[in-house]
Design a binder for this molecule. Structure first.
Ligand code: HEM
Length: 468
């Protein structure tokens, strides 16, 4: 008989309310780490009558993630909150729905589609390059985070819907504005023990409802336009060019998708692909601020692979940018943008001596382990090289590294994210020096994704250290 959850140690809370008033949502990922230091890598967190199992031990995180979908599912609260926001897609679906959605989404994100999509990505990289060149020439401050969020919205909308929304060249009234309302509200609701918004609506709740409605309208226009395209050009059904067309074709075949399911999956992709990639890039640029050696390596690689051009226009070149990719992998070890995953047990099970009952809520956080020497040599040092060769860093336990999750629900957008990251990072450092503006205080803030509070910099045209 394993240990019951309530027998595990953990932070002492108030009677009934537990630790609910101690939670500091924007810093919750750090609180989880601090408690893991105190109570170990598996502990009990009492929250308003609910004993939550908290896991930072890599082997147990893997076991839970891998035993999906039959033994564990995503948290029911997360599903409820996402559905209330009018979204039901591959991220929150379970059972048959999940299987159906996952196969279409995975196909739409495969290498073949990415390769075909690369020219569109290059065009967006070019717009960002022009913007940053202008900032560097004029000495204007660059809001890196804002620029990258717009870049990733444009990319994801193009890939998912085949529609160029062009937020990078617009101000206001764009998808990004709606997402900025939607994400923090979802996060607050997921972590609130009582669904207050069902009883009375704050201004934030009202803005959320409005943003969701606006997003639905936008997505519905995309859907009807794609339906018309497929009707007037049936040959598209043989080789759909984007995810929306793939889903519509699948909807006509045996895997029927209702209009709500089509919309739900498109909104899911937009939400899953935009914030995560933009904040990962932002964190990488932040971490590189004081790593001149790593920047030199990124530059040397970009100059060698790309040559004279300011950025790569060739898919195969992008694939060769291995050091830029390694820097991104290392950055995700320090600054994972989705550090916390929430699960619920679907049955009684005993894992690593712990008795988990059906319905048990579980929170996993992987960064706590990923920075330890027992899993990665010199765990607290930023060493991109460890992802290329193991000589200097022999301890390299990827079980302790799950920024894209693990098991059957592993992130299907990982390769697209790396494609974007390699393209942007090589372009940035090939052309510019990056300096943090004075008094910029960059902190970790958890708001659905773990993001930087802000990242404003001065870009300077690259100093080659010679006369050229
Ligand atoms: C650096 C960027 C990204 C990070 C760190 C990231 C991270 C994650 C994580 C941790 C999960 C949960 C996995 C699990 O439960 O085991 C996930 C799921 C998912 N991600 Fe990503 N993601 C990124 C980019 C993207 C992109 C670009 C897309 C697509 C456009 C995407 C689409 C999805 C989808 C659809 C799921 C749900 C998969 C399922 O439940 O079956 N992600 N991602």
């Amino acid at each position: 008989m394993g240990k019951q959850i309530h027998e595990l140690s953990g932070p002492k809370g108030l009677p009934v309310f537990g630790n609910i008033f101690r939670l500091d949502l924007p810093k919750i990922h750090q609180q989880i780490e601090n408690w893991a230091d105190e109570y170990g890598d598996v502990y009990c967190l009492d929250l308003f009558k609910i004993s939550q199992l908290v896991v930072t031990r890599p082997s147990l995180i893997q076991a839970i993630a891998n035993e999906r979908p039959h033994l564990f599912k995503r948290s029911g609260k997360l599903d409820q909150v996402i559905r209330e926001g009018g979204v039901h897609g591959v991220f929150n679906a379970e059972g048959d729905d999940w299987y159906r959605y996952r196969s279409v989404v995975t196909k739409g994100l495969d290498v073949k589609h990415q390769q075909a999509f690369y020219p569109d990505l290059v065009e967006k990289v070019s717009i960002l390059y022009q913007k940053w060149k202008h900032d560097a020439d004029s000495g204007e401050v660059t809001d890196i985070q804002k620029d990258l969020l717009r870049f990733t919205v444009d990319i994801t909308t193009l890939l998912a819907f085949g529609y160029d929304i062009d937020t990078m060249r617009k101000e206001g009234g764009v998808i990004q504005d709606h997402l900025e309302v939607i994400f923090p509200t979802l996060f607050k609701r997921i972590n609130s023990p009582i669904s207050w918004h069902n009883y009375f609506k704050t201004n934030q709740d009202k803005r959320f409802d409005q943003a969701v409605q606006e997003m639905k309208k936008i997505v519905d226009v995309f859907i009807s336009e794609a339906q018309e395209r497929l009707q007037s050009n049936p040959s598209l059904k043989e080789s759909p060019r984007n995810l929306l067309e793939s889903i519509l074709v699948a909807a006509e075949e045996e895997q029927r998708f209702s209009i709500d399911e089509i919309r739900g999956n498109l909104m899911t992709l937009l939400m899953a692909g935009e914030d995560t990639t933009a904040h990962t890039l932002t964190w990488l640029i932040f971490l590189l601020l004081d790593k001149p050696d790593a920047i030199e390596m990124i530059r040397e690689e970009a100059d060698r692979v790309i040559g004279e051009a300011p950025f790569s226009e060739v898919y195969s070149q992008n694939q060769q940018l291995k050091y830029a990719e390694a820097a991104a992998s290392e950055s995700l070890r320090f600054k994972p943008v989705a550090p916390i995953l929430l699960y619920e047990a679907l049955d009684d099970v005993e894992l690593e001596g712990i008795t988990i009952s059906k319905g048990q809520r579980i929170l996993t956080q992987y960064r706590h382990a990923a920075l330890k020497d027992i899993y990665f040599s010199y765990g607290k040092e930023f060493i991109p090289d460890r992802w290329i060769n193991r000589e200097r860093c022999p301890v390299h336990d990827t079980k302790a590294y799950t920024p894209f999750g693990s098991g059957p629900r592993y992130c299907p957008g990982r390769n697209l994210a790396y494609l974007e990251i390699r393209a942007i990072i090589s372009m940035l450092y090939k052309n510019f020096d990056v300096e943090l503006i004075e008094d910029e205080n960059v902190e970790e803030v958890m708001a659905f994704t773990m993001m930087a509070s802000s990242l404003k910099v001065k870009l300077k045209n690259r100093n080659y250290g010679t006369d050229n």
